[in-house]
Design a protein. Sequence first.
Lengths: 288, 604
Amino acid sequence: MKTDLYYKTDRRLLLVIPIALFLLSVAILANQYVQTGELFKRSIEMKGGTVITINTPEKLDIAGIESRLRQKFSPINVREMRSFRGYGTVIETSSEIKAEDILAEIKAMGIDTGNSDVESIGPSLGASFWSQAQLAMILAFVFMGIVVFVIFRTFVPSMAVIISAFADIFMTLAFMQLFGIELSLAGLAAILMLIGYSVDTDILLTSRMLKETEDHTLNEKISHAMKTGLTMTLTSIGALTPLLLLGISPVITQIANVLMIGLAFDIMNTWITNVIILRWYCEKKGMK
Amino acid sequence: MLKYWRLLLLVIMVSASLLAIGLKPQYTGVQIAYIYEDSPAKGQLQNGMIISEVNGQVIRSAEEWNGIVNNYKGDMKLKVNKIDYKFSVNESGIGIEVNDIDRTNLDFGLDMKGGTRIILRPKENASAQTLEQILGTLQTRANIYGLREIRFFSVRGLGGDYYVQVEAAGVGREIVDTLLSKQGNFEAKISKPVYLKDNKGVFDLGENKYDVEYFGNGTVKISNFTVKINDTFMLDDVDFELVNITQDDVLVFLGSSYKGDDIELVYTDAQHSGIMPGKNFFEFYFGILVSEKGAARFAKITSGIQPQLDLNSGEYYLKDSRIFLYLDNQLVSDLRIASSLGGQAYTTPQITGSRETRETALEEKLKLQTILRSGALPVSLETVSVGVISPTLGSGFMNSIAIAAGLAVVVVMGVIFVRYRKLKVSLPIAMVGFSEVVIILGIAANNDWAIWGPVLLLNVIVVGMAWWKKYEIDPTAWIGAILIPLLGLLTWTIDLPVITGIIATLGIGVDSMIVIADETLYGKKDEKKILYTVKDKIKRAFFIIFGSASTIIAAMVPLMAIGIGFVRGFAITTIVGVLVGILVTRPAYAEVIEVWLSREKHTQ
């Protein structure tokens, strides 16, 4: 009886949380836009530039390297990255500057540059990647929406799924800005994966609520679906944790990061946003 | 047995995939990818050779090799293809780049093996046809300079513009740059036989004919001068070399007919070049435009050479005479000369040839066109992206992937065990998840009908017999039994995005199995209904699973259609993985649960 009461009295109040987070996300993106002129921080893959990663077993003097490189090259940005094989010193610059020159300069400082990776993308290719990425995200979302409508063939429940998925993606993109995660090709892959993962639990919930014929009350159906869904999301988060902790490669770390944020939002959007809309719909239809 | 046909299908496809991935015995050694010009081993060792020992120490990986060779000076003993070599290494190092030997049929990407990835853009607007020429030219150059591990492919940008992607495994950027900027010296030489009778013959250059006399021990008198074997001389404006004297009655000369600047144009348009299907082969042809001087030299060299019937084609060619094509003094190809061209000064000769398949004919055509253009590109290219990935990522990376996978399995099993308190539910999830990974890799592996053909047959037999025995067969079973072996014919490169795709699929797979387990275990206390509802419950579970699978596939399709290379592998892997999951592995898991539940009911 306690759970019943909880759902009856507080459920609309609960909606305050996703709405607040949504507004916060809008604020984050708006702030970002005002400050930088762009909605999303993009990695060099999406805008062009050069990244040099020098892998060393011991920690390097980041500030020293940065100030020395600044004397000769501009723009320069140096940061540190931990990886399973030691330390990675990441140097970012524009694609006009030759990576060889920077590596030579660092070698002159007495640092072994033998184990280093270089990635350089011209601005035009970067722009092309970015427009493709935007198109891929929009198309993926539209296609997902169509499939959801085909599956359920009822307007409100389908829209509830789409709204929750949209909220997931939107909040994830906003919080990526907050945590300083740049959108790269790997991040794009993660966002598209997230569409799949977030719709997963929404479909579970909607099927259980609409299709289950056994004699259960709405609350029983919801709590049963929630048990299954939370197990699903928890195993996903559990499987991602070691990937994140081991820091295998920047690509995998970024995917794990984005998915973790997305899955956390998914818990909220499925079990608050989607549930409240669906409950309202079911009650209106006279289901108990 | 047949009653559990879903499990049987799973076993068949997992075994086939293991075969397809095909773990090979652990060879020791590394493969030579490139030898620098200043390497002491240049000229003695070649690309593709296997180095198994350095200074008596066995080498197992490129990483080990780099560890020993970096900053090495002094004498170095190498065991290469089981033969010992000794080199003296100075400051510039041994100058050999190596790759790990492939131990599976899986094709690992650059981000695993290390190497250079460069994306180039044609400076002018390039048509698909021009792009084909560019790729052919680059591939020919790479082959000529012994870089077999370097691959070129075209990628399409969003606006329909084309890019050229270069992937060179185990090779640094300088080598790729050299290759891209390389343009060779082309020369075509024609062999000219002179037949002797009583040690005398005629050197026929069309308008002028010279008497030839052979004195034995390799000395030949032509007109008023003598030459020995391998001597060069000029006669009537043509450079000749005496290359061979066979059985004391045939003298073979090599006459230089065209140099690079004699080839004024190599036609690549549809009107002057193409491929025609023949009876048992495909014929390729293309025209070239040569200078008047070159045409005249050709006429002189080929004068007086007798025609000979080729029994295979029924056409006449010049007897004992061929045209040899050289790039940077390396022989790269040779062709027969149609007898109708002998002694004629055509400025627009046509080059033809035939190969067994359309692909090989096209490849040969592109190669010859490239050589005739001195390896020059039809349009110039500019570099828009460079990626250099250090090779040591390799084995360390694989180890940590394995650790991460192991930990993920432990965590997932743990969560599921806590949820259901039953090993019988969580163990099969791990095994089915593992099978999913094996099948995805098996499909991605480089293999063909030899493995997947029999699998298709076996699958159809199994499902067919189960159907004959009147077991319940859903239409998706047929689709899975046929579609998955067909997907097996696909091959793609395993790189980081693909690994990510596998992780994504696994996550979705585990989620689906949780749905199955939950759906079937729910309401179990309702004893009377157990067996009656298990099937229905599994059906309901599959409604959810198919639903989420279709949304994932829908989200991935745009990535397949657009996207430059990198993300496509991710999309393919996820789509294939989801298909394998819903059609093969998850039904098998449902069967395990179903069997187990009905057993439990019987024992109650």
